[in-house]
Design a binder for this molecule. Structure first.
Ligand code: NOJ
Length: 763
């Protein structure tokens, strides 16, 4: 059992003094907030300098302390607020007992891990979850991941990543919701609510950490960790709104980014972390650095040495140092030497303790070992991963009704180096705890039990480079097979295709080819995959290409020559079954692209909500395009086909003009004009024709995913008001809805043509 909950009784005189010190801000607190403050102040009052700095330290589990102390020793001495990267429940429980029972003040620890898209039961990678365009589903999924984490003892997840990513070369595009701010807002909010519940302290949920603050996805050249240069106008209109949504949804922590933002490292940037994040955006939790990012302030050529890095990290607004022990080593000396006021330390400790109290961590410091097995093996969780995977799949091409495949098929060839991989199908950031997944091959075999299913790997691919920790963990780095073997594999694949009635090719990336430190200068299919695809298509057999990948790839050849293309992302535990559900028609795909799809590597970055700059796009020459390539993506943002078809009609605006700050309703009717039921994501786009600054050609401002029976129609209504119509003007330097004429379009992707218009008038 944990210790008696705090507050410990404070002498009244002290309480009065504390209340007076806290000033008017606290005077406006609700009784519940005041109770939290009181408890935090009582605790802070009892803490030594070392214990305070301990709360600002996240230890790397097993990493020796500055004086070779063990992790347990440091915890016992109160020199840790959190422990990083442990998911072994027994270790967690032991460390938490040391903190709660053996440290002087018994302050429980936070155990932080990257529970990104599932704990044991793995959901699609975040980019795939965004492709569902279904925030309610995303919220339910993260609530399940939270429950699995919580019972296991992991009470803090480093998620959601809400970085807008416009460049497919950037490996971490897989971890976010893609290129669009409005969709990013919806996904940010849904994930925070899923992880934390409606408020911190909701039972069986975990603390969220929205990341990476800020604009980490705008890395130069799409190279991970590289410098970011983003002007304020773009920061405010494009990159910050999903963070604001996560903060408004209550995210208890924010993770600061690794890179320099406009030359100042994000993890030591007082303007960013103090003025903008805390003062302006109203963030009330605490800031965790990215791993070793405080230490890196020196590497950036920003801090002069480690001591300076510690001072700059704290003054810059990082409350807790992840992993580097820079605070632990150097903050005590800085305070004792009078170089850092204790108030700067105290304010950060307050933030950390406040979150711990709000979470109910003092009352519930442990997971729930007795229920762990039941929760992790809850069939409802596994079933939910299958539904999420089905909904994340995007049908990119389906010429001549190539899909769905017939139920009565007798012989199917399943080809490709990823086809039997039950590992890759889970995607990056999968925990050791993750259960076995279903490969595409297994899914096809289960769906067509009567058929002969021939599997041929067909070749191989190599990821960008071998990672040192593969060797450390005793895993061989996956490597390209020898050329002769590859040629033999390819020949076998062609033979299998010739004997089959239908061919399912599973190509793309290995899980670790996207994600952190996995940017690429080449979006083409790796290894012999392109040659394999061309050889199999040349057999003339009907081919379905299933893509497993964490980013758009160069599939321009396939887009012309392969009749059916299914984008499955990394769909998770039930991925193979979900893919087979779609291939067979048991499930009608309805996912939509959360990114514009480039035609080649040199086409990236390409995004739909760009400005119109010079002549319009019909001009053959003087317009913003490459001389050798259209500016249009291969597939537009929001795109995805279905086994049925939809017709849009009857756009109605309930008024032709509104005052600035007013609202109007746009309604539109969508009809399923095909023979089977299906899902459609109805999308609304807006464009402002003139203003104090140029506005994008169109921007997503509404969406709803609906299911319609064959022949059914539904009228959907969207509100356009200040939230949708405002923008931050670099001229007025503020947010506002500016008067002018607006276009509005509704349809099934960002090329929507059903059009209306309205005016916003000055008040
Ligand atoms: C580094 C990554 O950038 C961040 O996203 C992650 O949460 C931390 N490592 C902790 O694993």
């Amino acid at each position: 059992m944990s210790r008696a909950p705090l507050p410990l009784s404070l002498p009244r005189a002290l309480l009065v003094a504390v209340t007076a010190l806290l000033g008017s801000a606290q005077a406006a607190q609700t009784p519940a907030e005041a109770a939290v403050t009181q408890r935090v102040e009582a605790l802070l009052h009892r803490m030594t300098l070392d214990e305070k700095i301990g709360q600002l330290t996240q230890l790397g589990a097993g990493t020796p302390g500055p004086n070779k102390e063990t992790t347990d020793d440091l915890i016992r001495a109160g020199k840790a607020g959190s422990v990083l990267w442990t998911i072994n429940s027994a270790d967690i429980e032991r460390m938490q007992r040391v903190a709660v029972k053996e440290s002087r003040l018994g302050i429980p620890l936070l155990f932080g891990f990257d529970v990104i898209h599932g704990y044991k039961n793995v959901f699609p990678v975040p980019l795939g979850m965004a492709a569902t365009w279904d925030p309610a589903l995303v919220e339910r999924a993260q609530a399940m991941a939270a429950k699995e984490s919580w019972v296991s003892g992991v009470n803090w997840t480093f998620s959601p990543m809400v970085d807008i990513a416009r460049d497919a070369r950037w490996g971490r595009i897989v971890e976010g919701a893609g290129e669009d701010t409005f969709l990013g807002i919806a996904m940010a909010r849904a994930q925070v609510l899923g992880f934390q519940g409606p408020k911190l302290g909701t039972p069986e949920r975990v603390l969220a950490s929205v990341k990476h603050f800020a604009a980490y996805g705008a890395a130069d050249g799409g190279r991970d960790y590289d410098s970011v240069y983003v002007p304020e106008v773009q920061l405010r209109n494009v990159y910050l709104p999903p963070f604001q949504a996560a903060i408004d949804a209550g995210s208890g922590t924010v993770m600061s980014a690794y890179m320099t933002l406009n030359d100042v490292p994000a993890s030591g940037n007082a303007w960013l972390l103090r003025d903008l994040l805390r003062q302006e955006m109203g963030f009330k939790g605490f800031v965790i650095s990215d791993a070793w990012a405080v230490h890196s302030l020196r590497v950036h050529g920003y801090a002069s040495d480690e001591v300076d890095a510690a001072a700059r990290g704290l003054r810059g607004g990082v409350s807790m140092d992840m992993g580097s022990n820079t605070y632990l080593k150097h903050l005590p000396g800085l305070v004792k030497a009078g170089k850092l006021p204790i108030k700067v330390v105290d304010d950060m400790v307050r933030e950390v303790l406040t979150v711990k109290v709000q979470m109910g961590l003092f009352e519930r410091p442990y997971g729930d070992p007795a229920r762990k097995d039941a929760v992790l093996n809850d069939p409802a969780h596994r079933a939910a991963t299958r539904v999420a995977a089905q909904k994340s799949i995007v049908l990119l091409r389906n010429e001549g009704g190539a899909l769905p495949l017939k139920a009565g098929l007798k012989r199917i060839a399943v080809i490709g180096p990823l086809a039997d991989s039950a590992e890759d199908i889970k995607g990056s950031w999968t925990l050791e705890a993750a259960g076995a997944a279903v490969s595409v091959l297994e899914g096809v075999r289960a769906r067509w039990p009567q058929a002969t299913v021939d599997f041929v790997r067909g070749g191989d691919m190599q990821r960008a480079y071998p990672l040192p920790w593969d060797a450390e963990q005793g895993k061989p780095a996956p490597s390209l097979m020898p050329a002769a073997e590859m040629a033999a594999e390819q020949a076998r694949a062609v033979q299998a295709a010739q004997q089959a009635e239908a061919v399912v090719m599973v190509l793309g990336e290995r899980a670790n080819m996207s994600g952190e430190a996995a940017s690429t200068s080449d979006l083409r299919l790796g290894g012999n995959q392109q040659a394999l695809l061309e050889a199999v298509v040349a057999t003339g057999k009907p081919v379905v290409l299933v893509l497993l990948n964490g980013r758009p790839l160069d599939i321009s050849w396939a887009a012309e020559h392969v009749p059916a293309i299914v984008e499955a992302w990394f769909p998770g535990t039930e991925g193979g079954n979900a893919i087979a559900d779609v291939l067979s028609g048991a499930v009608n795909p309805g996912g939509k692209l959360p990114v514009s799809w480039p035609r080649s590597t040199g086409h990236a970055p390409v995004y739909y909500n760009h400005n119109r700059t010079h002549a319009d796009e019909t001009d053959p020459k003087f317009t913003s395009r490459y001389a050798n390539l259209t500016s249009k993506p291969l597939y537009p943002f929001g795109f995805g086909l279905s086994y049925t078809s939809f017709r849009y009609s009857d756009m109605k605006l309930d008024r032709a003009a509104i005052p600035s700050g007013g609202r109007l309703q746009v309604s539109v009717t969508v009809e399923n004009t095909g023979a089977v039921a299906g899902d459609e994501v109805v999308q609304l786009y807006v464009h402002q024709r003139s203003g104090s600054a140029a506005r994008p050609v169109r921007e997503l401002k509404g969406f709803q995913r609906v299911t319609l029976a064959a022949g059914a129609k539904q009228t959907l209504s969207f509100t356009l008001g200040p939230d949708e119509l405002k923008f931050w003007s670099p001229v007025t330097r503020r947010w506002g809805v500016e008067p002018g004429r607006f276009d509005v379009w509704a349809g099934g992707d960002s090329g929507a043509t059903l059009h209306g218009e309205f005016a916003v008038q000055a008040k």
